[in-house]
Design a protein around this ligand. Sequence first.
Ligand SMILES: [Zn+2]
Length: 193
Amino acid sequence: MSKVLDGVLAANASYAANFGDKGNLAMPPAAHFAILTCMDARLDPAKYAGLSEGDAHVIRNAGGRASDDAIRSLVISYKLLGTREWFVIHHTNCGMEFFSDELMRSLLASSLETAALDANGFHDVGKGPGSLEGEFIDWLTIRDQAQSVTADVQRIRNHPLVPKSIPIYGYIYDVKTGKLLEVPSATQAGKPT
Ligand SMILES: [Zn+2]
């Protein structure tokens, strides 16, 4: 068996053995809020925001971007499960800053294997063939974190399915300190009306 699979199943066995009364948790988040954040492995929203099981919705994707699918989840979070405040949290040293749509498309066109990252950026070291399907995806890369947080808060704020009454807060998580730093222009854009 794969070492990863082994490890996950062992960890789960011990988690389930100490599950306590969490089987009685209600489906709607007890703290009534949702976080949209990056999938980066260094970020643990349960820890950086003090969450336990049942507390909040955490929606994650590459960059923590307000993609159509992230907005789908947020709308469900409010409309069906009663969250009333939302956070958009990007972070320093995000991988999404290290490539462009053009680069990702050209890397995928030449090889599907994992690319290498060095001082000059990502480049292919694996064999072909690749695929041109990358041309059809908007990779939602990031050039500037404060700008990306603000743009995402604005997109969510202006979405026709999002009520104006929900405050949306914009933050950057600092991977060097664990601190959440407010992006005032984002929180301003996310103010409820
Ligand atoms: Zn990231």
